[in-house]
Design a protein around this ligand. Structure first.
Ligand SMILES: [Zn+2]
Length: 90
């Protein structure tokens, strides 16, 4: 382990469980209002800058190997947690 805390935040739990976002993580807009995204965001490559639960703007830190964001209400989310969970199954 690289010293990261475990994904125990409410935000991480929602993302890892595959919960439908309420707010878009790249735009902060209610998900049903989001129709067009730039290609990187649509592909999920962009750093999520808004909490998908409350739409609050998060503190985002970009590392060479990923990113880390934090909602002041719903906790932290780290790209490392997502990559572990989203390995291709093919
Ligand atoms: Zn939040």
């Amino acid at each position: 382990m690289s010293g990261l805390s475990e994904p125990t935040s409410e935000l991480a739990a929602a993302v890892l469980a595959g919960d439908e976002p309420i707010f878009h993580p790249n735009t902060g807009k209610p998900i049903e209002e989001v129709f067009t995204l730039h290609p990187a965001a649509a592909a999920g490559l962009d750093v999520p800058r808004y909490c998908q639960i409350c739409g609050r703007r998060m503190v985002a830190q970009v590392r060479p190997d990923g990113w880390h964001t934090k909602c002041s209400r719903h906790g932290e989310l780290d790209s490392e947690w997502l990559y572990v969970e989203h390995l291709p199954e093919s």
